[in-house]
Design a protein around this ligand. Sequence first.
Ligand code: ZN
Length: 219
Amino acid sequence: MGLVFLDLNGHFRFMQKIDEIENLIKIISKLPGLGPKSAKRIVLKLVNNRDELIKPMAKGLADIYKNIYSCKICGILKPTSIDCSYDNCKILNKKYNKICVVESIADQWSIESSNIFEGYFHILGGTINSSGQKKDDLLISSLVKRVKTQKIDEVILATSATVEGQTTAYYVHESLNSTNVKVTKLAQGLPVGGEIENLDDGTLYSAFKNRAGLNSESN
Ligand SMILES: [Zn+2]
């Protein structure tokens, strides 16, 4: 049964509509960097490789859906089998005295892979922004509770150098006022408008090295 063919311009054309295929194309075109055209190519590749691709992919997705969550306290990704408390996700055996606050898991991964920072992460889950994300939508109060519960000496605000990132950093800093913890912010080396996940290791390194204190006594 011919499902798809290439027309003279090199475009894929569907000869028939199959709901399952159409649905999958719609879902895949929502992924970052993919439009309907690349989604069609992907689906075609999948249906032509049922055992090699569809089967393991379906299992992988089901496993992640069932077993992996982002922690409601610190925001990191973790298996459901691992408990979390304000005393840190038990995923970490080591004890640290620093928490690095980032907007997203992608930011955590960038900082981790650069090996600049040794400590806990706290993922806010976004920024306070004009499209309606509010302070209460972010994991800010659980950060305050973490700082109060553990022996934390420093909270490093590693939000992006965008208006949203800086507004968010301001609110996080304000929320931490009652804890007396030292709060620092990535400063020099971070280009204006720079998003953490897109920075190269060198820029990140310099931003961490030159982080500035936000508490009045450390300025
Ligand atoms: Zn956690």
